[in-house]
Ligand binder design. Structure first.
Ligand SMILES: Cc1cc2nc3c(=O)[nH]c(=O)nc-3n(C[C@H](O)[C@H](O)[C@H](O)COP(=O)(O)O)c2cc1C
Length: 205
């Protein structure tokens, strides 16, 4: 089983990285393969709504987004950890997720998602909600924990003093492994639920 971890921070060894390390300890112990990408300092531009992906099922911009979509396709779970910038996930994370989810058309149903928001002080619950929306519009179950997944710290490494946040990261990682295994077993036993052809309406017809 494999988990793709996206670290939205531009800072090497920042607070997002420390929280991810805590999750990886659990994934390693459980024999889950991890592919981690730190995208915060990369030039990931936003979606320009050109529609190229409607036909080609990949983004017109040939950068990390298409590469990460390929890894996501082969993964059982996706972890997204973002620093909070002005009460939201940072810009690189949003640009990446908009383009990765919108441009790809592989079946994302029952891949397990987990999101974390890291902040100095505020904006974590709004950011957590924002990130979970990418999962819940795609029939992806969310691995939850003991809080609305957050971690606190300002300077690099300060999150090490947020014992509760790091403990929650371990709990979420364990819950995620459990869900991925349970879903794999259930897929073998029952198969995925019947998929309907999706209807797109936009309230004017
Ligand atoms: C541009 C910018 C905006 C920020 N906005 C917020 C904010 O809205 N709320 C907050 O609590 N912290 C804010 N912070 C602080 C970061 O979220 C905090 O330092 C976090 O630990 C960074 O995570 P990292 O070490 O993984 O990069 C902001 C930092 C930057 C650089």
């Amino acid at each position: 089983m494999k988990v793709l971890i996206i670290n939205g921070s531009p800072r090497l060894n920042g607070n997002s990285s420390k929280l991810i390390d805590e999750m990886i300890q659990i994934f390693d112990k459980e024999g889950i393969q991890v592919e981690q990408y730190q995208i915060g300092s990369k030039a990931i531009r936003g979606c320009m709504a050109c529609g190229y992906c409607h036909e080609h099922h990949e983004c017109v911009f040939k950068d990390d987004v298409n590469r990460l979509a390929g890894i996501f396709k082969d993964s059982d779970g996706l972890v997204v950890v973002s620093p909070v910038y002005y009460g939201s996930a940072n810009g690189s994370v949003i640009s990446l997720l908009d383009r990765m989810f919108y441009s790809s058309n592989f079946d994302k149903r029952f891949k397990v998602g987990a999101a974390f928001a890291i902040a100095r002080r505020a904006g974590t619950t709004a950011t957590y909600d924002e990130l979970n929306k990418y999962f819940t519009i795609n029939q992806m179950p969310v691995a939850s924990g003991r809080y609305w997944n957050n971690g606190f710290g300002r300077e690099q490494g300060q999150i090490e003093r947020d014992e509760e946040g790091l403990q929650n990261a371990r709990i979420v990682a364990r819950n995620m492994v459990f869900l991925m295994k349970a879903i794999q077993d259930a897929k073998e036993k029952y198969g995925l639920p019947e998929a309907e052809e999706i209807k797109y309406t936009h309230f004017i017809k």
